[in-house]
Design a protein around this ligand. Structure first.
Ligand code: AMP
Ligand code: ZN
Length: 455
């Protein structure tokens, strides 16, 4: 069997991965807070852990991997969105959840085995909070329940921070009801305009961290194999998950291996609304960037390195994928997985290496291996996507027509003829690319020659 080695953020080393039970390999990944479209950065953990899920299924068997990714549907950002828009919380979270699933499916992400919504597991959270209070790890104060950080000696081990660093780094909220500024909220009171549930500590709602501890316990048990998420979650979220789970279930290990993806940037800069380089997955798809292209670009950087989204990479990815899809259209996909690909992924999910092996398969015309490996990486379903299987047609006549019209328009400054030709082509399912180097025409799967008649 393939020897898998994964970098464990908890021990800061690459370790051999041995599942607790190879008949049920268990993984939990923190999912989105559902109040808005997923931005491109949010797609990174979804894609990274999807590759890991596919890989583990390939190694241990498709039925032997349980993957849980939650939806955070109770959160103050959602409450704020509801009061801004006058819509109900449920409308917002239902709609955003659908969007998320659609957008992730567009970039080839499989649905995890379980996708619990926090609001459906409030009972499990209350049980865990009660357990923590009874064991002396949490206390009630002014309608709140707080976790007592001082009661757990190993607090800070995951992120390797001292208590002072943590206080400074997290801008810890100092509240009169806290015994210690590091203590964090397990339960808080709700008013009339915030969602709430009855509890032994009054009408209220859970703090953010408890949901992952409670839901992972319900679905995966007190010890499971892998916990993942973006490295922005390492502190305080994951540190708090560990404290809650280890204190409520002292006989369990909680997660054995912690995996964190690095952040995504855009053209070398942090993605942010104020820099004007913030976009959602849907924005890109609507602008004509293909889901497979987004996925390929994501996989071209190792998950533990910061990744830079650039237009140049997307263009290059599309060229590569078009070339590969043309080759694998009639490939035999019944053979086993090539060992080279499994070995690359077994080395801490080395997806850039895996892509370079695909390039080798392509250039040495190992077509069946190329196709099977593309399927494993989620770059292709059973067959190439419809956009890539354009009919083999000669568009050179239209290409020459457009180039000539452009020449003329440069002189006359009248581009109406160019625009007319372009819109006819687009309408017939041909993508038009014009640059200083010339005109490129790319027919799609939906190409309709009849729509070009008389042009
Ligand atoms: P959120 O909905 O903010 O809780 O984030 C959902 C997931 O996206 C978490 O695993 C975050 O760590 C991850 N994430 C957020 N921003 C980025 C980014 N710029 N690059 C990579 N991952 C991100
Ligand atoms: Zn979490």
């Amino acid at each position: 069997m393939t020897v898998i080695r994964l970098y464990n953020s908890k021990t800061r080393r690459r370790e051999e991965f041995v599942p607790i039970n190879s008949q049920n390999v268990r993984m939990y990944v923190c999912g989105p807070t559902v109040y808005d479209r997923a931005h491109l950065g949010n797609a990174r953990p979804a894609i990274v852990f999807d590759v890991l899920f596919r890989f583990l299924r390939a190694v241990y068997g498709p039925e032997k991997v349980t993957y849980v990714r939650n939806f955070t549907d109770v959160d103050d950002k959602i409450n704020a969105r509801a009061s801004e828009t006058g819509r109900t919380i449920r409308e917002i979270t239902d709609e955003t959840t659908e969007w998320y699933l659609d957008d992730m499916a567009s970039v080839g992400v499989l649905e995890p085995t379980h996708m619990p919504r926090a609001t459906e597991w409030i009972g499990a959270m209350k049980d865990m909070i009660a357990e923590l209070i009874s064991k002396g790890h949490a206390y009630e104060a002014e309608g709140h329940v707080l976790f007592s950080v001082g009661s757990y000696d190993d607090y800070g081990q995951l992120s390797g921070r001292s208590i002072d660093d943590m206080i400074a780094g997290a801008r810890v909220e100092v509240a009169p009801y806290k015994r210690d500024p590091m203590d964090f909220v397990l339960w808080k009171p709700s008013g009339e305009d915030t969602p709430g549930w009855d509890s032994p500590w009054g009408y209220g709602r859970p703090g953010w961290h408890i949901e992952c501890s409670a839901m992972s316990y319900e679905m995966l048990g007190e010890s499971f194999d892998i916990h993942g998420g973006g490295n922005d979650l390492q502190f305080p979220h994951h540190e708090n998950e560990i404290a809650q789970s280890r204190c409520a279930h002292p006989h369990g290990d909680f997660a054995k291996v912690w995996m964190h993806n690095e952040m995504l940037q855009v053209e070398g800069k942090k993605m942010s609304k104020s820099l004007g380089n913030f976009f959602t997955v849907r924005d890109l798809l609507d602008a004509g960037v293909l889901g497979e292209v987004i996925r390929y670009v994501m996989l071209s950087t190792h998950y533990r390195k910061p990744m830079d989204w650039t237009e140049a990479k997307a263009k290059e990815a599309e060229r590569t994928l078009r070339k590969w899809y043309a080759k694998v259209e009639k490939a035999d996909v019944t053979a086993g997985l090539p060992s080279e690909i499994l070995e690359a992924l077994a080395e801490d999910l080395n997806t850039p290496k895996a892509l370079s092996i695909l390039h080798d398969f392509s250039s040495s015309d190992r077509i069946s291996e190329l196709a099977i490996s593309m399927q494993l990486l989620g770059l292709m379903g059973d067959r190439p996507p419809s956009w890539a299987t354009a009919p083999d047609i000669d568009l050179s006549e239209y290409q020459a027509m457009l180039a000539e019209a452009r020449e003329v328009a440069m002189q006359t400054k009248d581009f109406s003829k160019v625009d007319q030709i372009k819109s006819r082509l687009l309408n017939a399912g041909v993508e038009v690319r014009m640059s200083k180097d010339g005109v490129e025409l790319l027919p799609s799967g939906g190409f309709d020659a009849a729509k070009l008649e008389g042009l």
